[in-house]
Design a protein around this ligand. Structure first.
Ligand code: NAI
Length: 326
């Protein structure tokens, strides 16, 4: 078994290497992303291991198939970047890591929310310059506010538990509602109308693409805080920017961005960014952007590596694997 790892950073390599050696798997780590141009790097490999911004469309899958690749192992939960139905047709098994630490992502969403509502990003910079003024730093209590949670799966539920601790009222929307104590399910439009804070925790699918759009701007409560730690394209970035510019949106906390591929995970501090929407959003005082880092805890990395290696072992040895994407 030889595996080509795409889009890897040192923190991936450090955690994967001992587990791959223990499993007696051969491997190659590439920092390049898997795409139509670089798929040739998988030559001689039985499996590829990919992350959120690798492009695994039908063209790439055709080439992987020609190279003899039998497994596409996602080292993440979301699989919107993989044409898994086409892979299945070509006899390639797609596996993923459905849960590695919902706490990591939910806690990051809360970290962004509190940074935003208490303006910690501003005060951190001020006090480093010995500016101890409080002018413009007035925040608001989370206690008693209504939070709308869109997607009440593993991450959404941890997020809800934390919000309960703050004494917030919780309303939710999910295509498949569950029975969660203290949570009232409502239609999506009602969530938009009633929530002071809206946090997205559902997957990106045809149904959820741009579920926040220009039409949503006419429904939201003025001053609403939008949090997205799920997938960028749930939100139409142009509509979000319009909402910020017209002050309908009070603040945005984004760990993901619709067009993040090509920017996120790279040091572009010396470059000219040609995405005007991203540049404008980042320049806003009430927008906080992190670079798809919500998953990045020690615990999550350990779990990702353990499950990915186990997924590949199970497929190659013909054992049942619960993490096949079907
Ligand atoms: P999950 O599968 O446990 O929960 C997803 C929830 O969304 C489910 O309750 C499902 O019923 C609901 N849902 C499905 N379709 C929907 C629709 N059309 N409208 C409303 N709700 C719908 O997934 P989990 O683990 O909670 O992850 C959620 C998302 O978080 C993932 O899909 C992924 O995109 C994102 N994520 C982001 C990370 C980051 O680092 N920023 C890391 C891990 C996941």
């Amino acid at each position: 078994m030889k595996i080509a790892f795409f889009d890897t950073k040192s923190y991936d390599q450090e955690v994967f290497e001992p587990k791959l050696k223990a499993a007696k798997f051969r491997y190659k780590f590439y920092d390049t992303r898997l795409n139509e141009d670089d798929v040739i790097l998988a030559k001689g490999c039985d499996a590829v291991c990919v992350f959120v911004n690798d492009v695994v469309n039908s063209t790439v899958i055709d080439q992987l198939s020609e190279l003899g690749v039998k497994i596409i192992a996602l080292r993440c939960a979301g699989f919107n970047n993989v044409d898994f139905k086409y892979a299945e047709q070509k006899g390639i098994t797609v596996v993923r890591v459905p849960a590695y630490s919902p706490y990591a992502v939910a806690e990051h969403a809360i970290a962004l929310l509190m940074t935003s509502t208490r303006k910690i990003h501003k005060s951190y910079i001020r006090t480093r310059d010995f500016n101890f003024s409080l002018q413009g730093l007035t925040g608001f209590d989370l206690y008693g506010k209504t939070v709308g949670v869109i997607g009440t799966g593993k991450i959404g539920r941890v997020f809800i538990d934390i919000c309960k601790g703050f004494g917030m009222k919780i309303i939710a929307y999910d295509k498949f509602p569950a029975d969660i104590p203290g949570v009232e399910y409502k239609p999506l439009d009602t969530i938009y109308r009633e929530a002071d804070i809206i946090s997205f925790h559902c997957p990106l699918t045809d149904d959820t693409l741009h579920m926040f759009n220009f039409g949503t701007l006419g429904k939201i409560k003025p001053g609403v805080v939008i949090i997205n730690t799920s997938r960028g394209a749930l939100i139409d970035a142009e509509a979000l920017l319009e909402g910020i510019k017209t002050k309908k949106i009070g603040a945005a906390c984004l760990d993901v961005y619709e067009e993040e591929s090509g920017y996120f995970y790279e040091d572009l501090s010396g470059s000219i960014i040609d995405d005007d929407t991203l540049s404008r959003l980042i320049s806003m005082p009430n927008v906080i952007v992190t670079s798809h880092q919500a998953f990045l805890t020690r615990e999550a990395l350990e779990n990702i590596a353990t499950t990915t290696v186990q997924n590949i072992k199970q497929i190659t040895s013909g054992e049942e694997c619960a993490n096949i994407v079907k």
